[in-house]
Design a protein around this ligand. Sequence first.
Ligand SMILES: [Mn+2]
Length: 424
Amino acid sequence: MIDKTLIEAENASRQSDLTQDYEALGARLARRGVDIEALTTRAMGFGVAVPSWGTGTGGTRFARFPGEGEPRGIMDKLDDCGVIHQLTAATPQVSLHIPWDKADPSDLRAKAEELGLGFDAMNSNTFQDQPEQAHSYKFGSLSHTDAATRQQAIEHNLECIEIGRQIGSKALTVWIGDGSNFPGQTSLSRQFDRYLESMKAVYAGLPEDWRIFSEHKIYEPAFYSTVVQDWGTSLMTAQELGPKAQCLVDLGHHAPNVNIEMIVSRLIRAGKLGGFHFNDSKYGDDDLDSGTIDPFRLFLVFNELVELEDTPGLGLAHMIDQSHNVTDPIESLMISACEIQRAFVQALLVDRAELEGYRQENDALMAAATLRAAFRTDVEPILAMARVRAGAALDPISTYRASGYRAKVAAERPKTAAGGGGIV
Ligand SMILES: [Mn+2]
């Protein structure tokens, strides 16, 4: 963890600038009838889970270039997640991937408690083979033609639930790589039937207060067809399974230019939006840092979430799902969490009554201008003040660099080829 006195000293050196910026923004917002304090309170209440696998350097199918001081296992990953939350106060939970993060549940719980972290949704992994497993997932897992392979994948998901139950998680996210690479290779309909049958067996093992998330993805690793390829299939799955099943939207899992904010709206309407995997993309499932390519799209997603936030039963699991190939993953995850929080606060700034008035009058130009007015507002003083009040860093990156954390852990952690980072 980072020394508290360092955080305080770093914050003190920037406090006077922040005070001036916060007051100026507060006055500006007051002219629009907006209370800056209410926004700061909302910002402080916002959290997004960090993926344990995001703390290691990711890679592509061409290569992976390990970074300095990469986590050697889940306990190191949790340490890194603790630093991210300590400096941003925006990432109170960690999402685990099994079997990458397998460890004694009581050790996991104790470590998380020590770091002030909780556990978000569990993630199962049936898209690669593990050394000890009896049946290969080369041709599928939950939808495999072979019943024994399907059963093995079901049991793995049930094991994830059991581990999650012991560490206080309340959800399981299922993403499978199942699909086909050739037309005719598989029956599109019977493969989906097998998937649903397997998912029903997993669903039956859910504790009463748990949810299961179905995550769709258009392509990759299968390049001709994918079993859960879009939100339509994901919605069919969630509806067929029952009330504890919902859909998870990974922003990178769509064809280019798909209107994701509209998918968000539809899934909320159906009572089936369970959560997000945040990232950004230029071409496909790039897993780039949130808000680096298309911050306006991120804002538009949050605009829908804020507009519909009072929908009964809506409880979203916000998670980051990124692969950091060329940056220090801790820095990327901190910046990403802040960008996601920024989009949330910008969406809170939308004048909803004014927007609705323009909609009723069919004033398209002013409706769009209303959204842009919120998007263009620099809410950084609100985010920084939220962090300072929570005891986190006013400027997380500068403080992290000043702490020398990476060099310190690099001395303790030898370079590793493993680490479980990657694109999922
Ligand atoms: Mn994902």
